[in-house]
Ligand binder design. Structure first.
Ligand code: 5GP
Ligand code: ZN
Length: 112
């Protein structure tokens, strides 16, 4: 079990005081502190995985995307983008797996 300092572990356990938009046994969702769209939510597993390369749980990955979709539905976001940055070149800055759920504006493609 991961025991080090990780901001997302602290958020998932309630220790950081971040308001959770969603919580179940395995996952939480909360607003990104530096939103890049009118809606910018992060969906994370409670269990610490460094990133997508480190995950060995297919059921959990499916669950995280299901949570992202249901949070979007709850918030009335019909069109959205889900993003997982993996590694420094992708822009990953927090090394606890997370799905970005972005919506509320038009998105560019390809991404930057
Ligand atoms: P990454 O760059 O790793 O894909 O995404 C990390 C995201 O976490 C960034 O969008 C950043 O704004 C967000 N973030 C970093 N620290 C915190 C925090 O303490 N609270 C919240 N709510 N979001 C955070
Ligand atoms: Zn963590």
């Amino acid at each position: 079990m991961y025991t080090g300092e990780c901001i997302f572990c602290r958020i998932a356990s309630g220790k950081a005081g971040t308001q959770l938009l969603y919580e179940d046994e395995d996952a939480v969702a909360f607003k990104d502190i530096n939103p890049q769209a009118p809606f910018h939510i992060l969906v994370i597993p409670k269990k610490h995985f460094e990133n997508l390369k480190a995950v060995d749980d297919e059921r959990l990955m499916g669950h995280l995307f299901t949570v992202a979709s249901s949070v979007a539905r709850e918030l009335g976001i019909s069109d959205f983008r889900t993003v997982i940055n993996t590694g420094p070149k992708s822009g990953q800055t927090v090394y606890h797996l997370h799905i970005h759920l972005l919506g509320g504006r038009y998105m560019m493609w390809p991404p930057g």
